[in-house]
Design a protein around this ligand. Structure first.
Ligand SMILES: Nc1nc2c(ncn2[C@@H]2O[C@H](COP(=O)(O)OP(=O)(O)OP(=O)(O)O)[C@@H](O)[C@H]2O)c(=O)[nH]1
Ligand SMILES: [Mg+2]
Length: 334
């Protein structure tokens, strides 16, 4: 691997160092994980200031095209924009960097923008934690708006909800008869809904769709106070500044009512817990003592002398009383 970037390299805003830093924090190699920890610890004080926004929606709904338009709108107003894309369905493919960059041609070239594809690693704490770490480095490098593109498969939405402040859900204009079955779930994951492709032949349909979502929201008063519905055309660049104003509005409201901070605190708690669980599971799985005990209990269960639940309780009890120093690792390394 190329040279590990220093804390200063990241803080200086050097893009090449940022790229290498992100590769480092995505790595699952043990030596890289130590370097990554050192780097993250060093930049921690310079993180947390950016507004973190997820752009989610079905494949082809227009997420990348909107991010290009919104991103350009922002860099022209002197924001520094980092775009991370997350594809929860393929954490190991390395993402679609070419696809993303060709969908965002202007933004990809802009000096105040940084575009990075799917995290290719899966560090302890899962893909949400990998993305969170990449996001922290972007913040330390001076990016003050983080846009995270993720395919809205359900899994991706839950995932980004754990790391962003605001979720922007993009929906296609529907044909009339599809408007009946709007699901509450959709309204619960999003803070802001954008009906996309409101141009050309779809313009009227997009407005009707937006109205239908607004009506549906009235059925859920607690959500309708928060969620706004907009129509946009990323292609014709209409509705882009209105989307940004709506995002800013939500930020203002949630900062005032305390939800912004509460959510960030809850996210830290989740990340902490998930990461600790990963460590615990991995330790459990690598233990030779546990490994031997599992074989033993398996025979007892097979012989009908104890139940799976009883044996599992016993395994946990053995684990609790185990002295890790005398427990050789299954893989022979720690
Ligand atoms: N008419 C119209 N077409 C659009 C608009 N935005 C995007 N498209 C088209 O929709 C297609 C998909 O756009 P993308 O921005 O790649 O969609 P995406 O949601 O990022 O897609 P994935 O990343 O594959 O999930 C492209 O052919 C775009 O040109 C729009 O505002 N109006
Ligand atoms: Mg895309």
């Amino acid at each position: 691997m190329s040279r590990v970037p220093s804390v200063q390299d990241i803080l200086s805003g050097d893009r090449n160092s940022l790229s290498r830093g992100i590769t480092l924090v995505e790595s699952t190699r043990l030596s890289a994980m130590n370097d990554a920890e050192h780097l993250l610890n060093g930049v921690l004080a310079k993180t947390g200031k950016a507004l973190r926004v997820a752009v989610t929606g079905a494949p082809g709904v227009g997420k990348s095209t909107l991010i290009e338009a919104l991103g350009m709108h922002l860099v022209q107003s002197d924001y520094r924009v980092a775009v991370l894309s997350v594809d929860p369905s393929s954490p190991h493919t390395g993402g679609s960097i070419m696809g993303d960059k060709t969908r965002m041609p202007e933004l990809a070239k802009h000096k105040n923008a940084f575009i990075r594809p799917s995290p290719s690693g899966n560090v302890p704490g899962g893909i949400a934690n990998t993305t969170r770490r990449a996001m922290l480095l972007c913040e330390a490098a001076g990016y003050n708006v983080i846009l995270i593109e993720t395919v809205g498969t359900g899994q991706g939405d839950t995932l980004v909800r754990q790391i962003v402040d605001i979720v922007l859900l993009m929906l296609l204009p529907h044909a009339g008869d599809e408007l009946q079955g709007i699901k509450r779930g959709i309204l619960e994951i999003a803070d802001l809904i954008a009906v996309s492709k409101a141009d050309r032949v779809m313009i009227d349909q997009a407005r009707l769709t937006a109205n239908a979502y607004r009506r549906a929201l009235h059925l859920y008063p607690e959500r309708s106070r928060i969620v706004k519905v907009k129509t946009i055309s990323a292609l014709e660049k209409t509705g882009i500044s209105a989307i940004w104003e709506a995002i800013r509005d939500i930020e203002r409201t949630t900062r005032e009512n305390g939800h912004f901070e509460t959510q960030r605190n809850a996210q830290i708690k989740t990340a902490l817990l998930e990461t600790a669980k990963t460590f615990l599971l991995s330790e459990f799985g690598k233990s030779r003592i546990i490994d031997a005990a599992v074989d033993n209990f398996q025979q007892q269960v097979t012989a009908g002398t104890c139940t799976v639940t009883g044996a599992a309780h016993e395994l946990v009890r053995i684990y609790r009383t185990m002295d890790s120093k005398t427990d050789p690792n299954v893989e022979g390394s720690s």
